[in-house]
Design a protein around this ligand. Structure first.
Ligand code: G6P
Length: 472
């Protein structure tokens, strides 16, 4: 007997890591995708999650982790190199993020992408019950919907892209643009973070594949239709709020401020160490405010947490070196004994520590050049239970569409960023609270449960219409 709900994502919620001493342990996987889907799976009993557990282990059995049914997909070293580091993160990731870094196109990466996608589709076909729902996630698996439909036309197939979908001018660089569009069209519903992304997709389908479209619908020659729409993703707002209010987190937040020397203001950045996140420019802007004499290292500190990510990919290694050098230089030039300008941490933290950091920070700085949504910005808002705290947010993060009361910045404009950081630093508490209160309302109304259920409802509707058509 199969499962009624199958989640297909490149990653499982847990990642198998080998410590320097050779032991293997599990840790929570990085990134927004896992953070969003995990609570959905928890509320839906009976579902199963297919994904890569990290590493190259070839014969791992399905297992339960903390109540979730997980099915590990093995990956060879060559597949990791060509499908994951290569096509997913060396081609698609930079291409879909406005070409912030130069995408590379290699035919053998594309071959690996196809064969891994095929394998994920076969596994989903094997595990899904009759008429089940399969929800495929993100840019690593854009061919799965079509492969899966060929194998199992009875299934309801949803696809959700967690990252931006680029405008045609950029997407068209891709030598395999048509195959990717056709892969996605295997789904009944294709979800995006923002309406603009859904429009980009529909327009490209019309131009490149030649299908008829009307508004958010694509009509396929076989009579099927596919809907493309925006479903802005969110967080478990109530869960974060509760965690942030707990005694342990409240005490830890105080301890963090003390350890930092109880400065007047604590700035905070938390990002995967990724070139799309704009960490370098943000730290430069901040250091110039100190250099220009607006405040001192005794008054303020910038805590930057950089979560290790994709460390085998060259552009990520280069970025790490650049940030290391910049932080060293800033602290060397501006710091005093026991008072660095930037407190830099290259590590990942559990949710509790993140919540404590959010509560300890007066000003949260989120300045990506391009970001699908950015859940860190939303988590910060959810954790500000006292309705204070300023958010400085890039216009180019999906979250900026909803969090209009943030101090919005263009991350390419260093002087603009300096001005916004300073404004947030000097803002009257009343003004900070007015903005935070409005943002907290938005987040409380649109949490991750609402996101998942609106996607699921829509999927039922689209494939329901479809079913009636074929029956008639
Ligand atoms: C982003 C992507 C996810 C990805 C995560 C972490 O949030 O949208 O698909 O899982 O980054 O990246 P990684 O390459 O470590 O899975």
């Amino acid at each position: 007997m199969g499962h009624d709900l199958v989640i297909v994502a490149n990653r499982l919620p847990v990642d198998r890591v080998t410590t320097p001493s050779g032991e293997t342990t599990w840790r929570r996987s990085p990134g927004g995708l896992v953070a969003a889907i995990e609570p959905v799976m928890r509320t839906h009993g009976g579902g199963v999650w297919i994904g890569w557990p990290g590493g190259t282990d070839q014969d791992m059995e399905p297992f339960e982790d903390d109540g979730l049914s997980l099915v590990p997909m093995a990956m060879t070293e060559q597949e990791i190199e060509e499908y994951y580091e290569g096509f997913s993160n060396g081609t698609l990731w930079p291409l879909y993020h406005d070409v912030v870094a130069k995408p590379e196109f290699h035919r053998e990466w594309w071959d690996a992408y196809q064969s891994v996608n095929k394998r994920f589709a076969e596994k989903a076909a094997e595990l899904a019950a009759k008429n089940a729902t399969v929800w495929v996630h993100d840019y690593q698996l854009q061919l799965v919907p079509q492969y899966l439909r060929d194998l199992r036309p009875d299934l309801k197939i949803g696809f959700y892209l967690h990252i931006p979908f680029p405008p045609g001018e950029l997407f068209q660089q891709l030598p395999w643009r048509r195959q990717i569009l056709e892969g996605l069209l295997g789904a009944d519903l294709v979800g995006f973070q923002l309406p603009g992304a859904a429009q980009n997709f529909v327009r490209l389908v019309r131009q490149r594949v030649g299908h008829k479209t009307h508004r958010d619908l694509v009509y396929l020659p076989d009579g099927r239709s596919v809907r493309a729409a925006a479903f802005p993703i969110s967080i478990d707002a109530a869960g974060f709020e509760e965690l942030a209010q707990s005694d342990a987190v409240t005490d830890r937040a105080k301890a963090i401020r003390e350890a930092l020397g109880n400065p007047t203001k604590v700035f905070l950045g938390i990002d995967r160490l990724d070139y799309t996140k704009g960490i370098y420019a943000r730290l430069r802007a901040y250091s110039e405010l100190i250099r220009d004499g607006h405040f001192d290292v005794e008054d303020a500190v910038f805590v930057q947490v950089a979560v290790p990510s994709r460390e085998q990919v060259e552009q990520y290694r280069i970025l790490r070196d650049e940030i290391d050098r910049l932080v060293g230089r800033i602290n060397g030039d501006l710091g005093r004994i026991g008072r660095p300008a930037i407190s830099y941490l290259h590590t990942s933290y559990p949710r509790e520590e993140m919540a404590a950091l959010y509560r300890a920070a007066d000003i949260m700085v989120v300045t990506p050049y391009r970001d699908g949504m950015n859940l860190v910005a939303k988590e910060y808002v959810a954790c500000r239970v006292e309705e204070d705290g300023a958010l400085v947010l890039s216009e180019f993060a999906g979250a900026a569409d909803e969090l209009r009361q943030a101090w919005l910045v263009n991350p390419y404009d260093i002087n603009g960023m300096k001005a916004a950081l300073l404004e947030a630093y000097e803002a009257e508490p009343k003004e900070v609270t007015r903005r935070m209160r409005a943002m907290r309302k938005t987040i409380a109304q649109n949490d991750v449960k609402a996101w998942a259920s609106s996607f699921m409802t829509e999927l039922e509707d689209v494939s329901g219409v479809e079913h009636q058509k074929t029956v008639r």
